[in-house]
Design a protein around this ligand. Structure first.
Ligand code: ZN
Length: 211
């Protein structure tokens, strides 16, 4: 069972490189590790337990990696090319995997994105789709906002005739707490330009269904 929810416009302030991960990564790692130690102690855990040895540092490393999209300079270079062939049909990349952390619980949500656009004057290498997706996924995130940010990035970089992004994901914060059946998929979509026209959307869905 999948739920189609109309993606909402982003409301939260976009984080753009905070001091915590700005200047020195080593300093940030040490500060995060210190806070993780405090949480573990607050939970009554014995930090001399060999199983917890260096857990604080490992969590700090993990956070720096999972939230890499917050770092200054993390934005991918998206080189575009002139559409010399005047290609005017849909370009689609299906099943691009991603991993993110929900901004409400800092627990993973993960799945696949399907990204398509219809070129105007510029085209882009398909590998950039995955780079853009990863950049926006590697931060505390909401699935709806991730979907909107990816489609807006394509519009900004390419000025296409239209673009559409569908994301299907599992949310561990929901599954682990038993509210929803394990394996349930949340589906979000965002579209711009000519994708507002039904035949264009149908072509997208048709391409999506093809093996
Ligand atoms: Zn959550």
């Amino acid at each position: 069972m999948s739920r189609i929810s109309e993606a909402v416009a982003p409301t939260e302030t976009e984080a753009k490189g905070t001091p915590a991960v700005g200047e020195s990564e080593d300093e940030a790692r040490e500060r995060i590790a210190r806070h993780v130690r405090a949480i573990l102690e607050e939970l009554g855990l014995d930090l001399n337990d060999p199983n917890l040895e260096r857990t604080d540092e490992r969590v700090a490393d993990l956070y720096l990696e999972m939230f890499h999209g917050l770092r200054e300079g993390a934005e991918p270079e998206v080189t575009t090319f002139p559409n010399d062939e005047q290609y005017s049909h849909m370009v689609m990349e299906k099943n691009i995997p991603f991993y993110s952390m929900c901004s409400h619980h800092l627990v993973p949500f993960y799945g696949h994105a399907h990204i398509a656009y219809i070129p105007g004057e510029r085209i882009v290498g398909l590998s950039k789709f995955a780079r853009i997706l990863e950049f926006y996924a590697k931060r505390p995130q909401l699935q709806e906002r991730l979907t909107e940010q990816v489609v807006d990035c394509l519009v900004e970089k390419l000025a296409p005739r239209g673009a559409m992004v569908v994301i299907e994901a599992r949310h561990l914060c929901v599954e682990m707490r038993g509210v929803k059946k394990p394996g349930a998929l949340t589906v979000t979509s965002a579209l711009r330009g000519v994708f507002h026209e039904r035949p264009v959307r149908e072509e997208f869905l048709d391409l999506l269904r093809r093996p």
